[in-house]
Structure formats: C-alpha cells, structure tokens
Design a protein around this ligand. Structure first.
Ligand code: C2E
Ligand code: CA
Ligand code: CA
Length: 765
C-alpha cells in the first residue's frame, strides 16, 4: 500500500528494501552471510504471498516488491508511480475514508492500526481484499515518522470463505429461529452443557447461564419419563450412538411440554468427546397427531362397525334365521358357481331335494316351537352328514337342498341319501315327546359341458315328487318318464282347481241293498269329475292330485252338500232312501271347524253316514280327530269304517271308534266263491259285527254267488255292480221304480239253481 505522505518531501519511489526481491542471491552486499540471510527472507516473503512496501520519506524513496504488484495484477517489473491520490482512487469507495484514517493512525504508530483490511481494485476490474500490516521504523528528531515499512496480503479468498460462513450461519440461525429449535453442545468429559437462547426459552429457564451442568436438563424431565430418558441417554453416551427421543418436560414455569430431541456425537479439534443436539417443542404437534390418531381410530372403528353391519345384513339376507343354513337366495346364487366348479373339475353336480314327511302333523299337534326344534334338528343332521365342501340350504318350510360335486360314476349319492333318511327317521325327544318324522329325497345328477344347475334342481324336485308319491321315506333319482308324469299331473292339478270353480265335480250314487229282502238300504256317494275334454273321470284319476293340492276336503264338502240336496229332491219325489253315506278324507277329519260347518248344513239325524278309511284314523287317532268323531255322533251322523280288512287296525282300536258299520273291502269279497278261507274270514268279521251290534256291508258284490254266499254268512247289506252301478242322481228314481236289480237277480238265481242241479258234485259248500 502506498502510504499517505507523512513527510512533505517524501514522495519519490524506491526504498532500501527494494533489494529484497530484486537482488535475491546477488544482493548489493558482497558479505556472504548477509546475502544468505537476505535470500532466506526473500524466499519466505515470496512463499507466504506477502507483498512488501517500504516508504522512506527522508530519502524520498518508495519501494514495492514484485509480489505487491502481482497481487494487484501488475507486471512484477512494472514501475509504480507511488502517487497517493491516484492510488486512493483504486480503493473501494466504501473503504476510502477508513483507509485514509487507518494509514494516518498506522503512521502514527497506533498499534490498533498496525493491521487493517480494505478493498482495492485489481487491474482486471474486480475488488480484492487486502490485509495491510505496517509499522513506522524511523522517526526524525521531532518524532515524525520518516520510514514506514509493511506487507500487503491478498485475503480475498479468506474473505469470501468468511462471507460464505457468515451467510451459512445466518441461514442456520434463521432456520433455527423459524423452527424454534434449541441447540446445545455438551462437553462430556467436563459435564458442561452450552445451551443456546432458544433452548433456554424452550425449557423456560430464562435467566439461566448459557453453560450449565448436565443435571440441569435431567431436572427438567417429567418424573414419569425421567428414568427411561436418562437410561437411553446414558446408553447412547456409552455406545457413542445417536440419541433420538420424545419426552415430556416440566418447564421452569411449571408448564408441561413435549420435546423431541436429536443429538449426535463428535470429537472436537482437541480430541474431546462432545455431543451436539437439537430440541424442539412438539407439544402442539403431538396434540394434533394424537387428535388425528383419535379421529383416525374413530373413523376406523366406525368403518369396522359399518363393515360388520354390512356383513351381518348380507349374512341375514342369505341365511335362514331358524337353522342358520343358507337360504333359497343363497342357493340361487350358488347354483351356477357350483356348476362352473364341476365343469372345471370334470365332476358331476348332484342335487338332493329333501322334504320332511309328517312334519306338518308335528307342527299342527305339538305346536310351532316343536316344529322349529325339529327343523333345527334336521338342519343339524344334514349339515353333519355331508362333507364340508357340500352346500346345504333350507329353501322353505320343511324343504332342504344339498349340492355335492361327485364323481359321475360313483354310487355315493345313493348311499348318502340312504344315510340321511335313516338319520332323519330316528325319533327326536322334545319336551317329553318322541317326535318322529321322515324324509323323502329327490336326486338329480348332471355333468358335462352342458350342465345346467337350475334344470338339475328342477329335476331333483321332480324326483322328490315321485319319491313322495311312491310312499315317502325313500329317495328317487330323476327320470325323464317321471318328469312326463309330473308334467301331466301338474296340468291335471291346474285343471282340478279350474274344475272346482266351474262345478265340474259331481256326486254319483251307488245304491246299497238289504241282503235279506234286497230292499234299498242306503246309497253311497262317489265323486266324479265331469272333465270338459276327457269326459267322466273316476276318483283314481284325480284323487291323489287333489290330495297334493289339499282340496280333497273341499271336494268332500261340496259332494256332501250336493248329496243332501239330491236327497231332498228324492224325498219330494216320494222315494225312501234310508241313508246316504259320503267318503271323508283324513284331512277333513282334522279340520277343527268341521263341527261348525256340518251344523250349518242342518243334517237330519240318522240320515247321513261318514265313511272313514280304516287306515287313516284308527291307530294314531289324534285329539282333533277324536273331537270331530264325537261331534259327528252328536249331530246324528253315523260312522262307517271303509275298506275294512285291508288295513291292520286292531279290533281294540276299532272299538274305540264305536262305528255303526263296517264295510268289508272288495278284495275280501272277490274271492269268496273260490276260497273257503276267505269265506271263513268274512264270516268271522260278520260275527264280530253282530256281537258288537255293528252292521256289516259287503262291497264289490259282483256276482249272484257273492250275493248268495254273503246272505248265507249273515251279511247285513250289499253293494256292488251285481245290484247297481254308480249313477247320476237323476237316474236314481227311475232305477228304483224299475226294480230291475230284483229281476236280474231272480234270473241269475234261477240259472244258478239250474246249474247246481245239473252239476251236483261240483257245487260249492
Ligand atoms: P270306496 O269308498 O271303496 O268306493 C267304492 C268304489 O268301488 C267306487 O269306486 C265304486 O265305483 C267301486 N265299486 C262299486 N261296486 C263295485 C263292484 O261290484 N266291483 C268293483 N270292482 N268296484 C265296485 P270309485 O267311485 O272309483 O271310488 C274309488 C274310491 O275313491 C272310493 O273307494 C273312495 O275311497 C274314493 N272316493 C270316491 N268318492 C269320494 C269322495 O267324494 N270323497 C273322498 N274322500 N273319497 C272318495
Ligand atoms: Ca267308500
Ligand atoms: Ca270301500
């Protein structure tokens, strides 16, 4: 640096030390020691980048070393004018006043200004920072400096580094300020921790010293967290691993806060182990986090509830509440799935359609709770008789369906059906009663690419219908002919219902005769269906189907009404028919309203008899039937036991019914002429009847032989084609008036007498 004139005449260049660089090794002195010393200096100065200047005011010489010049972008051998004002123009305008002042103070020997820094323009136009060191070395007699010597160093790079550093630290400071992060540095060996202001504020320890003992922090820890956190901190100190924690503190002002801490180890320049760390207050963040977590938990819980509700709704929609089995809807959904599985695995789909037999009676007699218990029992049996992969559904009242994938060749399905029937027939104990029911099963098995599950289910249904028709408690496989039967039965069923509406069911009458006198003793009413296409149909064509449709009671009732009306007509016409008997179905006898319905008909006592099938009512005569029988007797309606001798009713149970009449079945009558045994049997029935005061009617009296034998056996009444065929009401008066049964009989008898005489040896008896 050129120094401001300290001395008015000291303005010419060239200084003593000029020799320093210019004359390295070839100094002006020829003293070898001195030369060596000089060269050593030169090297040191050049090596350290110091540019030397020497202002000698007494000699008016100014010297600038080559380094001094290169610092400023000059050529090392360039001449320097040494003009102070010109040089000052090169100083940064902001530094100029300071530089003027500093030079004055340096010249004055002020130690404060021995070193100062400023900016100067480089030849290439940029600013460089110069570190100027100088000192006055000679004074005149008045103490005015006459020689000032010094060095300039280019410290631009250092200044830039300093600038970068302060920029970084400003940034860091700002970041810490904004994020309110407090920082500490712990000297582990000496147990001293230096806290910054923010850390002090976070811990509410305003007024505390910045350097405090390690235990100050420990004291602020929340009592419940202290042990844990200190333990972790100790461990992290021992292992030298980073520490990262969240804990509560009690601030200096007593407020509880949550702190998040992170710290890292390092070894400082002196080899001291230190821990530097940051703490920040996350109380609000944690509160928010907890709040969010709670909200999330709540939402999840609600979702789970919704999910559960949805599941239970879906479950309910697809299951039967009583047995817990899948329901009809579920079955419908399942059919195609199972069919697809079977197709994929080369298996056949077997569908078992199961219907409980006698279930309705249990429901009717023991009540719905018993019925429910039986259904649950049946569901249990089914579920536990099949493989886990098989699908069991309850599809209606007492109907179940099982879907199984089976090997088309195996017979296992028949075995399964047999087992199911066996299991379901076992009596079930319910409130002191042994409940018995059975099961009919229809089975359809289909496989192959064209497997249609819905059709298979229909086939199983048809097979079930057949199983029931063939006597229940059995299983049937689907067959096409069964399907055809069912289709026509179905058609007939529809027609029956229409026929009832159109009054197509009418009574026919078959007269009965006194065996001794052959006078008319009564008339049996027999139902006929005047079919619009097929003509007159007898009960064997429609009765079973009507039974399935549950309309036999309806038919019985309307036949009785019509019969009573016809009887009134006959009486008006002067005909005397002592008794009309009507056939009564089992179902009608269980009708609790039967008494009321009959009273409404105002039946003349002794005029009507009800024919009950021996098989229907004698053994398990339930309460409803017994009550109805009592009412019948009260109304003066006789009871006839129909088809007697075919069932297996015991005489004792027969007595309990105290019937007025027994009707011996056609089958027993038919063989009378040929079979002595049969004659004996019929004879003893007649004897029993007589001893119990019960009349005996013989049915199916087809020949004169029948008439003669029955007369001889003491039978009371005869009914059969030999005497009269069933006929419409309108034909009855003329038939009776004609009395032709007597003529026909006389002729038959004459013929028989004749034959007997001709062939005496072959006469029976
Ligand atoms: P059932 O009560 O034993 O009726 C007698 C059946 O024998 C009648 O057949 C009748 O036509 C037939 N029959 C009469 N005399 C002779 C004979 O000498 N030889 C032969 N082989 N048969 C004779 P139908 O009318 O076809 O009735 C059949 C069955 O239908 C009846 O048997 C009865 O159980 C039932 N049934 C008829 N009408 C009704 C009715 O209105 N209600 C109910 N619930 N069942 C009825
Ligand atoms: Ca009858
Ligand atoms: Ca009969």
């Amino acid at each position: 640096m050129p120094v401001k004139k300290a001395h008015p005449e000291a303005d010419s260049p060239h200084g003593d030390i000029a020799a320093a660089e210019t004359f390295v090794g070839t100094g002006p002195t020829d003293h070898p020691d001195l030369a060596e010393r000089e060269s050593r200096w030169n090297y040191a100065l050049v090596g350290s980048g110091l540019g030397v200047w020497d202002h000698n005011y007494r000699l008016n010489r100014k010297y600038y070393s080559p380094t001094w010049k290169t610092i400023r972008g000059m050529a090392p051998d360039e001449d320097v004018a040494g003009d102070y004002e010109a040089w000052l123009q090169l100083v940064h305008p902001d530094d100029r006043d300071f530089v003027v002042h500093a030079i004055e103070r340096q010249n004055a020997g002020d130690p404060e200004y021995q070193v100062f820094q400023y900016r100067e323009r480089h030849r290439d136009g940029r600013w460089i920072w110069i570190d100027c060191r100088g000192a006055c070395v000679e004074w005149d007699e008045n103490g005015v400096p006459t020689r000032v010597v010094g060095t300039d160093t280019d410290i631009t790079a250092r200044k830039e580094a300093e600038e970068t550093l302060s920029r970084l630290s400003r940034r860091l400071d700002l970041a810490l300020e904004i994020s309110r992060i407090g920082v500490f540095e712990a000297d582990i060996e000496n147990d001293v921790v230096e806290w910054d202001d923010r850390l002090i504020a976070i811990y509410g320890m305003q007024g505390a010293a910045r350097k405090i003992g390690g235990d100050a922090w420990a004291k602020r820890l929340h009592p419940d967290d202290r042990e844990r956190v200190l333990d972790l901190a100790d461990r992290s100190v021992e292992s030298g691993s980073d520490f990262q924690q969240e804990y509560r503190i009690i601030r200096g002002d007593g407020v509880e806060r949550i702190i998040r801490a992170r710290s890292a180890f390092f070894v400082d320049g002196n080899g001291q182990r230190k821990l530097i760390g940051a703490n920040w207050d996350v109380t609000e963040e944690v509160a928010l986090r907890d709040e969010l977590q709670r909200a999330k938990d709540l939402a999840e819980a609600r979702n789970r509830e919704l999910e559960a509700a949805k599941e239970s709704i879906e479950y309910l929609a697809l299951h039967d509440y009583l047995t817990g089995l899948p329901n009809r809807r579920y079955l419908d959904k399942m059919l195609d799935d199972r069919a697809a599985e079977c197709r994929a695995n080369g298996l056949a789909l077997a569908i078992l359609h199961i219907d409980l037999d006698r279930f309705k009676q249990i429901n009717d007699t023991l009540g719905h709770r018993a019925g429910d218990a039986m259904l649950q029992h049946a569901a249990h049996v089914l579920r536990h008789s099949v493989r886990a992969a098989d699908f069991v559904a309850r599809i209606g009242g007492d109907e179940f369906v099982i879907l199984c994938a089976v090997d088309p060749a195996s017979m296992k399905i028949a075995n399964l059906a047999e087992r199911l029937i066996r299991e379901l027939r076992r009596p079930v104990r319910y409130e002191g009663h042994d409940c018995r029911f059975g099961a009919s099963i229809g089975i359809a098995v289909n496989g192959g690419a064209k497997l249609d599950a819905k059709q298979t289910l229909l086939d199983a249904d048809i097979a079930l219908y057949r199983a029931k028709g063939l006597g229940r408690n059995r299983f049937e496989f689907f067959s096409a002919s069964a399907r055809d039967d069912i289709v026509s039965a179905k058609r007939l069923a529809d027609q029956i219902l229409i026929g009832l509406d159109r009054h197509e069911f009418v009574p026919f009458y078959q007269l009965q005769f006194d065996a001794g006198t052959l006078d008319v003793a009564g008339v049996e009413t027999l139902a006929r269906w005047q079919h619009p296409v097929h003509g007159l149909l007898t009960p064997d064509r429609f009765l079973d189907i009507a039974e399935d449709l549950d309309v036999v009671s309806t038919i019985d009732a309307l036949i009785l009404e019509r019969a009573l009306a016809d009887r009134r007509t006959w009486i008006k016409e002067g005909l005397s028919i002592p008794k009309i008997s009507v056939n009564v179905s089992a179902r009608r006898l269980t009708d609790p309203d039967l008494g009321k319905k009959l009273r409404a008909l105002k039946i003349e006592p002794g005029a009507v008899a009800f024919e009950l099938l021996e098989s229907i009512s004698l053994d398990d005569c339930d309460k409803a039937v017994a009550a109805n029988l009592k009412k019948l007797r009260k109304l003066g309606i006789d009871i006839h036991i129909d088809d007697f001798g075919t069932g297996h009713a015991s005489i004792v149970s027969l007595l309990r019914l105290s019937p007025n009449t027994l009707k011996i079945d056609r089958e027993l009558i038919r063989m009378l002429p040929q079979s002595a045994e049969q004659r004996k049997l019929v004879g003893s029935i007649i004897d029993i009847g007589r001893s119990l005061n019960i009349l005996v009617i013989a049915e199916g009296v087809e020949t004169a032989d029948h008439i003669r034998i029955l007369e001889q056996l003491g039978c009371d009444t005869l009914q059969g084609y030999a005497l009269a065929r069933p006929m419409p009401a309108t034909q009855i008066p003329s038939f009776i008036r004609a009395g032709s049964w007597r003529h026909g009989l006389t002729a038959a008898r004459a013929l028989q007498t004749h034959l007997r005489r001709a062939l005496p040896s072959r006469t029976a008896k």
